[in-house]
Design a protein around this ligand. Structure first.
Ligand code: ATP
Length: 401
């Protein structure tokens, strides 16, 4: 186990909150972890194979009819297929050494619960959050990065008193919705869907999905699970280690209940891209623009000298140096200025700063061009950083309004 520093990638959940710590647990863990969690016994999807021409395999619960969606052939009986990837620990490939790649980050948090509790000296309620790779041998990966076999999860286990779990469940559902809208996803493209009794995972007493309206239909971005005491109890029983919590104030000992917001980084990225993508009718051509939130945009500000001429380059480099102290700034002097604007629009760069001949010959000022409105303002270089900050704030408000 490694306690992560409160780094950028955990900013919104870990760094900005007193009650959450970050963790980077192992991908390969003792096989009993997955026995205790129920994954060895039940982490399955129903698999069917076409008996007709194509012999293709499908996940039965995603099919509408009785026939093969590819060739119309008859489908065979469904059988349960475990989604965990197997591998071997050590040099001998026998059963004793068989282990699994983690199919979720959550279990690494539960088995480290006591470590974190003792080392961080947190009191309930508190959360342990983790971003990291998970692996699932999905029967039908696809829809670009919506479903892949190796993906990045962002999960948090929020431990609390059993009487407070319902309250925290509601809290984290609302917080999670706010997380997506905070980064610019439009409200009307999101919806909540509470799981019915028969689809809820075996460990959950309540579960709600946050879904995004992708081009292929409403699909899950995140699930918020009320896991009760299922996991800590299961790991206590399997390992013989008492994972109960003692509340010094009430003198009460109990197994904490857990609320879990579990989301995928890749699916979130796909939703952010889909939501930001726009094609705008221009006078001569269609302008493709990614209206990304400034905190999401890979380049925050691009510095574009009007030409590659020696007279402009030193000033443009100076401007780049000023801006790169605070933001992801990119310097680009290849091709025509029009093409460079379009390129930056396509990757969602909120602002472009242009250095022209007037800058070096007359006013030591530059032009800031706005991605969304294409408006341009002239700003003295000495005020540039402040002006860029103001413009970014305006875009941030626009994108989240
Ligand atoms: P699905 O029903 O789509 O298979 P799930 O309910 O099994 O997903 P969870 O176990 O709740 O998924 O995992 C939490 C999150 O991890 C999901 O909401 C999703 O964002 C992400 N995720 C799960 N499986 C995949 C995958 N194969 N590829 C990309 N992201 C995934």
């Amino acid at each position: 186990m490694q306690c992560r520093d409160k780094s950028e990638d955990n900013k919104n959940i870990v760094r900005e909150r007193e009650d959450v710590v970050g963790l980077d647990a192992a991908i390969l863990m003792h096989p009993d972890v997955w026995v205790a969690s129920g994954h060895v016994g039940g982490f399955t999807d129903p698999l069917v194979q076409c008996q007709g021409e194509c012999k293709e395999r499908f996940r039965a619960d995603t099919l509408d009819g009785e026939a093969c969606p590819k060739c119309g052939g008859k489908l065979g009986e469904a059988r349960q297929f475990n989604l965990m990837f197997k591998t071997f620990m050590g040099p001998v490939e026998d059963d004793a050494a068989q282990i699994w790649l983690r199919p979720e980050t959550a279990q690494g948090i539960f088995v480290n619960f006591e470590n974190v509790l003792n080392s961080s000296r947190k009191k309930l309620p508190f959360g342990i959050a983790q971003i990291g790779k998970s692996f699932r041998n999905e029967i039908t990966p696809g829809n670009f990065i919506f479903r892949t076999r190796e993906f990045e999860q962002m999960e948090m286990e929020y431990f609390c008193h059993p009487d407070e779990a319902e309250k925290w469940f509601e809290y984290w559902v609302e917080f999670s919705m706010g997380f997506f809208t905070r980064f610019g996803i439009r409200k009307e493209m999101l919806r909540l869907r509470e799981h019915t009794d028969d689809e809820r995972p075996h460990y959950a007493t309540r579960a709600t999905d946050i879904e995004y309206r992708f081009s292929f239909g409403w699909s899950e971005l995140e699930t918020i699970n009320h896991r009760g005491d299922h996991d800590l109890k299961a790991h206590s029983e399997k390992s013989g280690k008492d994972l109960s919590y003692f509340d010094e104030q009430t003198r009460e000992r109990f197994i904490p209940h857990v609320v879990e917001p579990a989301m995928g980084a890749d699916r979130t990225l796909l939703a952010l891209l889909a939501d930001a993508y726009d094609e705008e009718e221009g006078e001569k051509e269609i302008r493709t623009v990614l209206r990304l939130h400034p905190e999401i945009a890979p380049v925050t500000v691009a510095v574009l000298p009007l030409s590659k001429k020696d007279t402009l380059v030193p000033t443009a480099k100076r401007v780049h140096e000023i801006l790169s102290k605070s933001w992801n700034a990119q310097y680009d002097d290849t091709q025509s200025i029009g093409r460079r604007y379009r390129r930056q629009d396509e990757v969602g760069t909120p602002l472009c700063v242009t250095v022209d001949f007037k800058t070096v010959e007359e006013d030591d000022a530059v032009t800031i061009r706005h991605r969304d409105t294409m408006e341009q303002i002239r700003v003295p270089i000495e005020n540039l950083a402040a002006a860029v900050g103001d413009q970014l704030e305006a875009i941030r408000k626009d994108v989240t309004s």
